[in-house]
Design a protein around this ligand. Structure first.
Ligand SMILES: Cc1cc2nc3c(=O)[nH]c(=O)nc-3n(C[C@H](O)[C@H](O)[C@H](O)COP(=O)(O)OP(=O)(O)OC[C@H]3O[C@@H](n4cnc5c(N)ncnc54)[C@H](O)[C@@H]3O)c2cc1C
Length: 499
């Protein structure tokens, strides 16, 4: 039986552990932290249960596919609720809120009320998003790329041109919608991909298929229920999952990966190694110089996705102005993105996201209280001292009070934890403390994203957000399937029907 070591218990690592264990490999996963789940982490304090990272369960079909491959059904593991409305948008200096319902009749009417005639345009836009999502899942997302022609093939050349998928997202959206408000609504998902609408290729308009057409889901009990499910499934198939076990180095003999040495000095031998740790960490810290596919210079030149200024808040009262997912958009959108990518600093007029899972789920907060997760995207690599953190927290809270109908919020906070750049770096070995990893610019997409195997070390593979297809919980499960395909020489472009 082949022995496999997986470094890191994020979603990509857990997915890979499950797939290979099911195929009969002897799998040991080693995770540095006390919890599995990586960035999809959790902590509890003062009666509040905080999901630390992901909160939007999107593209349920991709999760279903993974569970099916593992011989399981999502509904046997997760109690998914379809949120309605899906999310609420607050605009600056504007008392009107926009609720997106993921119901085309209601959403088109809401669009028309903002920009007459835009309801029809929304229908056309979403048709294209749906088409692109279908093409992407059937032909691109589940495909390993080796040569440029694997990506820039005839289909991409003709359809890409027809659908303008390589133009910039903002230009593409502007062709459909004229008001800034609606442009922001169609563009905000670029932040999920760690990029800006001024940089992202329009092919990512497929994201709108996820939130508008498919809807937004929530696993009752919290997002960490997904991690528990992936853990149970991997263990059920025989994988051994070890926590508090940081890897110090990958053992390489005669150009082959032969296992790992833990910080404790323990050696775990293997025939194959799959790393789910951030790729920069794996390459620059766990391998010797001669075994690195990518140089320090390569990493310095990458565009990193934003980090985040996050507050986990326990609030003593319910906050009726909020629904489960809430977004506040900055008025000066372009400047806000520029403060994240071009001129790194804490944004003066930030856009922000507030998740209130206790609106849907009584188990995450004491009775009558609210659990809030507040996220401001900020530049990766930013250094912020303790005073600045507190000042910025106060500023963001004041903004929420003013613009989101949360009068007196600051007096009602009974628990607060700030989590930002240095925490991502320390907790997950995240390069430049990025929350999401490598941004999805065109030059960091598909064939241009780091491949999922080492060119220098045979038997060393990669999974997770840093390789293909990229960022996102369900997307990292696809990365596990891509590593599986790579190891077994499977070149089909679509999802596997069986292992
Ligand atoms: C704040 C936030 C909000 C998000 N929101 C959403 C959302 O709503 N929906 C969504 O789908 N996605 C969301 N994402 C993105 C999604 O969570 C990530 O893309 C995904 O979870 C990354 O998984 P991964 O497989 O890359 O592993 P990671 O989560 O990066 O895990 C890698 C693991 O490797 C471990 N490791 C590192 N070095 C070592 C070592 N030397 N030895 C052993 N272990 C090591 C780390 O501790 C970590 O556990 C969000 C992310 C963040 C941070």
């Amino acid at each position: 039986m082949s022995k496999l070591v997986v470094i890191g218990g994020g979603i990509g690592g857990l997915g890979a552990a499950g797939l290979f264990a099911r195929k009969g490999y002897d799998v040991t996963l080693v995770e540095k932290n006390a919890n599995l789940g990586g960035r999809a982490n959790i902590f509890e304090s003062d009666g509040f249960k905080f999901d630390m990272g992901p909160s939007w369960y999107l593209a349920p079909d991709i999760f279903e596919h993974f569970f099916r491959l593992m011989g399981e059904r999502v509904e046997d593991h997760l109690d998914l609720v379809k949120l309605s409305p899906s999310y609420r948008i607050f605009f600056r200096h504007d008392p009107d809120r926009l609720d997106i319902h993921s119901d085309i009749e209601r959403d088109a009417a809401a669009f028309d009320a903002i920009e007459p005639g835009s309801g029809e345009k929304l229908r056309a836009y979403l048709k294209q998003s749906e088409y692109q999502y279908g093409v992407a899942t059937e032909h691109f997302m589940f495909k390993n790329y080796d040569r440029i022609w694997d990506f820039l093939n005839k289909r991409v050349a003709t359809e890409g041109q027809k659908l303008s998928v390589f133009s910039k997202m903002h230009n593409f959206v502007s062709r459909f919608f004229k008001t800034k408000k609606l442009q922001q609504v169609m563009e905000y998902t670029m932040v999920f991909l760690g990029t800006s609408p001024y940089e992202a290729p329009a092919l990512y308009n497929l994201m709108s298929h996820m939130d508008f057409n498919q809807g937004v889901f929530y696993p009752q009990g919290g997002f960490y229920e997904l991690i528990k499910a992936l853990t149970n499934i991997a263990e059920k198939n025989g994988a051994t999952l070890l926590t508090s076990s940081p890897v110090k180095r990958i053992i390489v003999e005669n150009g082959n990966a032969r296992g790992v040495e833990l910080a404790s000095g323990e050696v775990i031998e293997a025939d194959l190694v799959i790393s789910n740790a951030d790729m920069e960490h794996t390459e620059s810290r766990l391998l010797d110089n001669g075994h690195r596919t990518f140089t320090e210079r390569y990493w310095r030149k990458r565009v990193m996705a934003p980090s985040a200024f996050i507050m986990y808040l326990g609030v003593s009262e319910k906050m009726p102005a909020l629904i489960h997912h809430n977004l506040l958009f900055s008025e000066d959108w372009r400047r806000n993105f520029s403060e994240i990518y071009d001129d790194p600093r804490l944004p003066d007029e930030p856009s922000l996201y507030v998740c209130a899972p206790s609106v849907t789920d009584p188990s995450v907060a004491p009775k009558g209280k609210e659990n809030l997760f507040v996220l401001v995207p900020i530049a990766s690599g930013l250094e912020i001292n303790e005073d600045e953190k507190e000042r910025y927290a106060d500023r963001v809270l004041a903004l929420m009070e003013e613009e989101m109908g949360l009068t007196g919020l600051r007096q009602k906070i009974e628990y607060k934890r700030i989590y930002t750049v240095e925490n991502f770096a320390a907790d997950y070995n995240a390069y430049r403390g990025s929350a999401l990893g490598l941004a999805h610019t065109l030059m960091q997409t598909a064939i241009f994203r780091p491949k999922n195997f080492s060119k220098k070390v045979k038997g060393l593979y990669y999974v997770g957000a840093g390789t293909n297809p990229g960022i996102g919980t369900q997307i990292c499960l696809i990365s596990a399937e891509l590593a599986y395909k790579r190891v077994h020489g499977i070149t089909s472009p679509g999802p596997l029907s069986q292992l």
